[in-house]
Design a protein around this ligand. Structure first.
Ligand code: HGY
Ligand code: MN
Ligand code: MN
Length: 431
């Protein structure tokens, strides 16, 4: 661990070698062969092992650690006074065949901040909490941020019972099987009075920081997402004996729907909207049978909540017209709907000052991806600190951020937490 360098900044220096070690330990917990990226799906044994590793690291340096009713892991470092907590963290699950840094960089940053605080015996008034959320990725249930939505008070037990994965397992069942207690989900809600702020370091998952050569991204707005399934049902039949004019081909209808969805997003009036059909199921999937049923999973992202919902509605409306013309039935099913969230400027000012004082370049930017901070922002003032993503890639094995880039973010995160801890010390409004 780097000793505190005297002189220059009088602040602890993050250790890239330690960050590399922490990242590698989590990356080794993987359900995919290493050359095919990282697969650590929510509520699977591998996610649980990653939480155990997180818990061990923090127990080893003397923090108390608990698991909440849905499986979020929360470690606490007691402060000198009983004040609302300052927290930091992110998630440890991944998409199938994803990267080593999405979520993990923020959890590793939290661990390293805790290590630096303990190592340098830095006093702090507020209790500090270090959090690993469960099942942030929407890959399994179509719902993003399962754990942080519980913390933010966005779940009922009934809702957890009503959402199922492709194997018919509900979120509630998955929580139960993973050792949680979904019927007590309301006990996982964070009380506003108990939290002063929550900060999340995350890889940008886009290319702006790298393209502009800027060290740190300070997020002002996190995109919303509306996700839905479209089931198209035509008539399966023999590809040889069915003339073209007698067909109700679900897949050609789906192809037209996918392109119209893209066209809506590419309309110049909709700058800022992103529409993706990332998953398609074709039934029966035989080369000699006309596809009778196709499911499409549509992801609409936007920084404008009204436009986000309007575009989702427009896609369904136009898809229905395509299907009617092709004698294909259409059944839309909403999977999840999260609003864009504006993060508080006062808290971003704290992170801005921290970046400035470390001599780091920074830019204010919106997040195209959704994040746990978006969900806890309802109960704790939230801030996000982005570090660059090489080539702007994420959710793929090629996802990469260097340890030095993460270390710069860790130092800004640490300094922001310490600055927040001092707010109110002179008697003005305490954080
Ligand atoms: O999908 C997202 O935006 C995030 O990576 N969960
Ligand atoms: Mn993430
Ligand atoms: Mn992700």
């Amino acid at each position: 661990m780097n000793e505190r360098r005297r002189g220059a900044t009088e602040k602890p220096v993050a250790d890239p070698a330690r960050i590399t070690e922490l990242i590698a330990s989590i990356a080794a917990i993987n359900d995919t062969p290493a050359d095919q990226g990282i697969t650590r799906i929510g509520f699977t044994p591998s996610e649980k092992r990653a939480h155990k590793q997180f818990s061990d690291w923090l127990c080893d340096i003397g923090l108390t650690v608990r698991s909440d009713e849905v499986g979020n892991t929360i470690a606490e470092k007691v402060g000198l006074q009983s004040l609302p907590a300052i927290g930091t963290g992110s998630h440890l699950d991944s998409v199938p065949g994803g990267g080593r840094f999405d979520g993990i960089a923020g959890v590793v940053a939290a661990v390293h901040v805790a290590e630096l605080l303990v190592r340098h015996e830095i006093p702090h008034r507020h209790p500090l909490r270090f959090v690993a959320f469960v099942c942030e990725e929407g890959a399994r249930f179509g719902q993003a941020c399962v754990g942080s939505k519980a913390a933010g008070g966005h779940w009922s037990y009934e809702a957890l019972q009503g959402i199922r994965d492709s194997n018919g397992i509900s979120i509630a069942d998955a929580i139960q099987r993973s050792g949680g207690c979904p019927s007590d989900v309301v006990r996982a809600i964070w009380q506003k009075s108990d939290w002063a702020a929550f900060l999340e370091l995350h890889v940008e998952q886009g290319g702006q920081l790298e393209e502009s050569g800027v060290d740190i991204g300070l997020v002002d707005l996190i995109s919303g997402s509306t996700r839905f399934e479209l089931v198209l049902e035509g008539v399966a039949s023999h590809t040889g004996s069915t003339p073209m004019h007698l067909r109700a081909d679900a897949l050609t209808a789906a192809a037209q729907v996918i392109l119209l969805a893209e066209g809506i997003a590419n309309d110049g009036r909709h700058r800022g909207t992103r529409v993706t059909v990332g998953k398609v199921d074709v039934h029966p999937g035989s080369i000699t049978t006309i596809p009778g049923r196709v499911s499409l999973w549509v992801d609409v992202r936007d920084i404008d909540s009204g436009r986000q919902r309007l575009i989702a509605d427009e896609i369904v409306r136009q898809a229905r017209a395509v299907c009617d013309a092709r004698r294909v039935a259409l059944t839309p099913r909403l999977l999840s709907d999260a609003s864009p969230v504006v993060l508080p400027a006062w808290l971003r000012d704290v992170t801005t000052t921290a970046a400035d004082q470390r001599g780091r370049s920074y830019r204010v930017m919106y997040s195209g991806a959704s994040h746990d901070s978006q969900m806890v922002a309802a109960v704790a003032p939230a801030a996000m600190i982005f570090v660059p993503s090489r080539g702007g890639l994420s959710h793929v094995p090629e996802e990469w951020t260097s340890a030095n880039e993460i270390a710069r973010g860790v130092e800004v995160l640490l300094d922001s937490i310490m600055a927040l801890d001092k707010l109110g010390e002179s008697g003005d409004c305490s954080v």
